[in-house]
Design a protein around this ligand. Structure first.
Ligand code: F6P
Length: 559
């Protein structure tokens, strides 16, 4: 995308200007930047769609941002945003659009891709999903023996698991209370341990499985699905005096969600119980459509639509706000500055709200599967850093685990602190509400204190005398704080969309394709070959000594 023909981003004049600027800023401590301006917060904090982004604790100044914005211009970011949102084929290696934003367009919008009105198709799929959700919520979806379904187990992995898992956990308070109770569970791991737990506890008569897989070829999900199918058939077909057909069991106990209706049909999913989505929705960007069925089951369709509306509000901001006030652009530029110019290549996600327990896991896939790349879109080898190592944990728990490294380790880390401003307003009992709101203030105090300590180091407290080196804090660690008015379906939608677009902006600047994941394909092939060897169906002699040794250890244990 660079404006200089065949130039990689690091050859652009704007990149070189940033390198020189970083050299000049070296040694300038964050505390100095704060002492130079009393309005740094007002200057570097921005709001949109119920989300506030405080970028004042980034180790940068006005000039830095101007130069980063110049880099974004040189990388032709405004054109790239238009291309993404208008359905151009931005996923170049797979020659297709990446239209997750179309999944949250309102029904009155229109967007045509390859002659198809995608908005109409999206809303038709949401309506089909709503029909299934309504039946389950009305207690009208009955298992093969006639009892209403009480448990739904989502079988999926990666994007077919992490998004729904994260959102259902975050928004569990938004369960509608006037519906037939349906509990939603998740099993993703191919080793079967999560599924085995459910199979030992759940009643097959009232349990339904959702097979969530864009490709419908993922062995992790299909192996869980086959185990679930046999568990149901074994228990239900010979259930009472009258035999029940396998067809009826499969029809009443499985829903499929996939971009491949043929494969769902071949597996046995009844056409009426197939929910569709499209190749132009990337797996890790798919929670907004029918892959979001578990979300809709937990929070109801009205709240699901509010989640979409929140994401759409952030999409509109991304599309229309000037670059210098555009939240996803600014968040992305902070990351670029840290990774490529300050050499900070670790990034920690630290929510201070227990409901966001799975947010870091979700972002691990979103960011690292999208931007963990080492060739440009034209296939040239890259010699600048791309996606940092990103990981996280609930902040309060991480304080007692890895914050030691954040404060005193040798590895610099950029941190994102995330918290809602308001919490527990709706707790009915006044005494409990008072206690819980005190706990919320405690969490906020810790959140704000930690980013301040990371920034100021020893200067955060008045020294009560000289301290030995092992008790000293260097500070100068950059962080971003993201505050939500409250954690609602709307603000969560906006928060997720903020990170989706941040990933896109960084990909544009790094000149990589964030919408493919070829780096995970070879491992799948090799695993298939290795399984044949483990099963004794292929020879092991050509294996390396380590792999052969491990396989032989398994054979010895299996005897
Ligand atoms: O292996 C990686 C991956 O392809 C992810 O990109 C995807 O989210 C996950 O596997 C699951 O894929 P599917 O939804 O096709 O089962």
């Amino acid at each position: 995308m660079s404006s200089v023909a065949n130039a990689t981003p690091d050859q652009l004049p704007a990149w070189k200007a940033l390198q020189e600027h970083a050299d000049a800023l070296q040694g300038v401590h964050l505390k100095t930047l704060f002492s130079e301006s009393s309005t740094r917060f007002e200057h570097f904090a921005h709001q949109a769609a119920g989300v506030m982004l405080d970028l004042s604790k980034q180790r940068w100044q006005d000039e830095t941002l101007d130069k980063l914005l110049a880099l974004a211009e040189a990388a032709e970011l405004p054109g790239a945003i238009k291309a993404l949102l208008s359905g151009q084929r931005v996923n170049t290696s797979e020659d297709r659009p990446a239209l997750h934003t179309a999944l949250r367009l309102p029904p009155e919008a229109s967007l045509e891709v390859d002659g198809e009105d995608v908005v109409a198709a999206v809303h038709a799929s949401l309506e089909q999903m709503e029909t299934l959700v309504s039946r389950l919520h009305a207690g009208q979806w009955r298992g093969a023996t006639g009892k209403p379904i009480r448990h739904v187990v989502n079988l999926g992995v990666g994007g077919s698991d992490l998004g729904p898992l994260m959102v259902t956990h975050a928004l569990a308070d938004y369960r509608p209370d006037d519906v037939h109770p349906v509990e939603v569970h998740f099993a993703s791991t191919m080793d079967g341990s999560q599924l085995a737990d459910y199979l030992s506890r759940l009643n097959p008569e009232v349990t339904l499985f959702v097979l969530s897989s864009k490709s419908f070829t993922t062995i992790d999900t299909l192996s869980n699905a086959n185990t679930a199918k046999d568990w149901l058939l074994g228990r239900l077909t010979r259930h009472g005096a009258t035999p029940i057909s396998a067809e009826l069991v499969i029809r009443q106990h499985f829903i499929g969600v996939s971009a491949s209706p043929e494969k769902m049909t071949a597996w046995g999913i009844a056409p009426a119980h197939q929910l569709r989505f499209w190749e132009w929705v990337g797996g890790r960007y798919s929670l907004w459509g029918t892959i979001g069925l578990p979300i809709a089951l937990v929070i109801g369709m009205d709240n699901f639509r509010a989640l979409l509306a929140g994401a759409h509000a952030m999409d509109r901001h991304f599309q229309a706000a000037p670059m210098a006030e555009n939240l996803p652009v600014l968040l992305a530029l902070a990351g670029i500055w840290n990774v490529n110019f300050l050499d900070i290549r670790a990034h920690s996600i630290l929510p201070y709200d227990g409901r966001l327990e799975y947010f870091a896991a979700y972002l691990e896939q979103l960011e690292m599967e999208s931007n963990g790349k080492s060739v440009t879109r034209q296939g040239q080898a890259i010699d600048y850093s791309t996606c940092p190592v990103l990981w996280g944990q609930l902040g309060p728990n991480a304080q007692h685990a890895f914050y030691q490294l954040l404060h005193q380790g040798m590895q610099p880390v950029e941190c994102d602190f995330i918290a809602p401003l308001k919490r527990y307003d709706d707790v009915e009992d006044p005494e409990t509400r008072r206690h819980l709101q005190t706990q919320h203030r405690l969490a906020l105090a810790n959140c704000f204190a930690q980013s301040r300590l990371l920034m100021l180091g020893d200067d955060a407290i008045d020294d009560d005398g000289p301290r030995p080196p092992h008790k000293r804090y260097r500070g100068n660690q950059p962080s971003t704080t993201v505050l939500l008015d409250q954690l609602t379906p709307h603000t969560l939608g906006a928060l997720i969309a903020l990170y989706e677009h941040k990933v896109f902006v960084q990909a544009v600047i790094w000149d990589i394709n964030p919408f493919d994941q070829w780096g995970v394909e070879l491992g799948k092939q090799i695993a298939t070959e290795t399984q044949q060897i483990i099963d004794g169906q292929a020879p092991a002699d050509h294996m390396d000594a380590s792999t052969r040794g491990l396989i032989e250890a398994f054979w010895a244990a299996d005897e």
